[in-house]
Design a protein around this ligand. Structure first.
Ligand code: SF4
Length: 189
């Protein structure tokens, strides 16, 4: 007696990429705070480039890109533009990505003064020297939120956004719905 298999094809997983520009990784930590829900999420998404799996290249056909951190150097700009080219939907995650956050506190200080303070005048420095190497990206004069460099589709506020907010926005998008977050997940605004 033959067994008839039901004609149910597994749903295609969406590709999700994440990265941190000038950020503290706190937003990624909050993403991980989804805890056991991450297993459920990974049934619906496949991770592309992310510090969570250490894959360094973004797949060209990503569906979702989560960006933590502000734009403070030339490498950040290149990464951001690559994410925009590779991902259908870009989400700015956290205060640094949305409005510059903590990294932008240097915007009223000359870049040279920042470098001198960090590398020449700091307490306890041995052989003080400002690092210069062709491998190092150039600092920008100012720190920018990501929407000033690329088009952003959604903004997830917070420092960091709570895990429940990640869960809600990702599930709404995975369900093909316009994300709607209740006020208690947006209380940093
Ligand atoms: Fe860190 Fe807050 Fe910036 Fe996220 S928004 S990268 S938690 S400082």
């Amino acid at each position: 007696k033959s067994i008839v298999q039901p004609d149910v094809k597994p749903k295609k997983k969406l590709k999700l990429a994440t990265c941190s520009l000038a950020g503290c990784f706190g937003c990624h930590m909050s993403f991980l705070d989804m805890d056991e829900r991450l297993i459920e999420l990974l049934e619906r998404v496949e991770l592309s480039r992310s510090p969570l799996n250490d894959i360094k290249t973004c797949a060209p056909d990503c569906d979702l890109g989560l960006i933590e951190g502000a734009v403070c150097n030339t490498e950040n700009i290149a990464v951001l533009r690559h994410f925009r080219e590779s991902c259908k939907i870009i989400i700015a995650v956290g205060s640094c990505a949305i409005n510059g956050g903590v990294p932008s506190l240097r915007n009223n200080i000359d870049v040279k003064d920042c470098l001198d303070e960090a590398y020449l005048n700091g307490i306890g420095l041995v052989n003080p020297k400002v690092p210069i190497d062709k491998e190092l990206p150039y600092l920008l004069e100012k720190v920018y939120p990501i929407h000033e460099v690329i088009k952003v589709d959604y903004f997830l506020p917070g420092c960091p956004p709570p895990a429940d907010a990640f869960w809600k926005i990702l599930n709404d998008l995975l369900d093909g719905k316009e994300p709607e977050l209740p006020y208690d997940l947006l209380h940093f605004d």
